[in-house]
Design a protein around this ligand. Structure first.
Ligand code: ZN
Length: 83
């Protein structure tokens, strides 16, 4: 894989605005491989929007995009927010 990516910390500010929470330490359980990892460990890909991917299986964890002036956010898997 040679596509450039940041880790999940790179989009923490954006995620924090959406979820109104500190996101880097939020734990996500993957819907595909069951891995439980912090958002900060996920891979963030920037193209037309932002796609966050599981660090273990590379499946999609989160999609943020703008379509016709609407912010579209899709979450996959289970997120544990607030502790
Ligand atoms: Zn996974």
């Amino acid at each position: 894989m040679d596509e450039q990516h940041l880790d999940g910390n790179g989009i923490a500010g954006l995620l924090g605005e959406i979820a109104a929470a500190e996101m880097t330490t939020v734990l996500r359980t993957c819907q595909s491989c069951g891995n439980r990892r912090a958002i900060g460990e996920h891979r963030a890909y920037h193209s037309a929007g932002v796609v966050l991917r599981c660090p273990a299986c590379d499946d999609v964890a989160l999609v943020i995009g703008v379509q016709e002036q609407q912010l579209v956010v899709a979450w996959y898997g289970t997120y544990e927010i607030g502790r």
